[in-house]
Design a protein around this ligand. Structure first.
Ligand code: AHM
Ligand code: MG
Length: 340
């Protein structure tokens, strides 16, 4: 008899991973798995469109994408609608909210209401598309707090610590789906030849320290004094490590955070004189990425306290973000509070 050696990781598809995760929870209804499956399908549809963006001027005009400047906007819209449509009919969600829409997105009347809430940033960093730079989608899932019917603002405005899952999709040199549903952070890479996400990064752990900082330093003169002092410190030659930190800034949040997750270090978007709360949106960007980074052993702060503890008061509110290796976030908080 021939014995075939086991090779479990090679055949660990996203679908199998989600199902096995759910089977580990007696009493799970499968609803949550269905949400993640639908999200991964939506992500593949967005990826298909993103990969075509560079061909628009060669293939000629279409009614959806006409001139180069318009592509960015159209892809944002396409991603927004595609994710909504992939998620509106499963019967698992009671309401959605997207960075692209001012108001809540209700589930159409003909479909049943479910017990979960989905928040998403359909296409983050989309100003980078024309330069073929990595962009991403971000999602955040809560359990509803109201009892039944259509979801309300109360269901959506929950602190990030109540997320039951969060994740992001990277549209880069390869496409990745990274998620956490409370049991570690796992990354899957799409094998485009078979259309499946395969487990490539199991149980990602962020290093406790790092030597990379990631920020739009062009805003230096607009920052408060503490942030400037902190960044000056990162550049000092004579720190204990014997060399300055390296600066890496893609300007695509998902890509900058993904690198931070794998290599360690810190990403930040601090307040500045034009944006007193920074630029990033608490519900669509900070919370889901903070959930992922904390679940991988890192930390996320608004500079003074834990991002996930912030009680949101508005759908599109902004909040400063300092996120990454635990020791690096602790250090920046020391600078910001004047302890250093
Ligand atoms: P967007 O949601 O409009 O795409 O803006 C968010 C993006 C992030 O991806 C990125 O980290 C940040 O904006 C870059 O901003 P800046 O150009 O000010 O550095
Ligand atoms: Mg965004």
């Amino acid at each position: 008899m021939t014995t075939i050696p086991p090779s479990p990781s090679k055949f660990m598809t996203l679908e199998r991973h989600i199902s096995e995760g759910e089977r580990a929870h007696p009493g799970a209804t499968g609803e949550f798995s269905a949400i993640l499956h639908s999200l991964s399908l939506a992500a593949k549809l967005v990826w298909r469109e993103v990969t075509k963006a560079g061909l628009v001027n060669i293939l000629g005009k279409t009614d959806r994408m006409n001139i180069s400047g318009d592509i960015v906007k159209k892809l944002d819209e396409f991603a927004d609608i595609t994710i909504y449509r992939a998620m509106d009919h499963g019967g698992h969600l009671c309401v959605m909210a997207s960075e692209e829409n001012e108001d809540l997105l209700q589930i159409p009347e003909e479909h049943p209401q479910g017990k979960y809430v989905l928040l998403y940033d359909p296409l983050d960093g989309s100003s980078n598309i024309d330069a073929n730079v990595t962009i991403g989608s971000i999602f955040s899932i809560f359990r509803r707090v109201t009892a039944s019917g259509a979801g309300t603002m109360e269901d959506v405005l929950q602190p990030g610590s109540r997320q039951v899952a969060a994740g992001y999709v990277l549209y880069g040199s390869s496409m990745m789906f990274v998620y956490c549903s409370g049991h570690g952070v796992h990354g899957f890479t799409l094998d485009p030849t078979v259309g499946e996400f395969l487990l490539s990064h199991e149980n990602i752990r962020i290093p406790d320290r790092g030597s990379i900082y990631s920020v739009n330093e062009g805003n230096y003169r607009r920052w408060g004094e503490q942030v400037r002092r902190y960044v000056d410190y990162l550049k000092e030659e004579d720190r204990a490590t014997g060399r300055p930190y390296s600066l890496r800034y893609i300007g695509s949040l998902v890509a900058d955070v993904h690198r931070t997750l794998l290599y360690g270090g810190i990403y930040f978007y601090p307040p500045d004189s034009r944006n007193p709360n920074g630029k990033l949106r608490l519900m669509y960007e900070n919370n889901p990425l903070a959930f992922i980074v904390e679940s991988a052993g890192g930390a996320a702060s608004d500079g003074h306290g834990r991002t996930l503890d912030i009680q949101p008061t508005a759908l599109h509110e902004r909040s400063p973000l300092f996120l990454g290796s635990r020791e690096e976030v602790k250090l920046v908080e020391e600078f910001l509070s004047g302890r250093r």
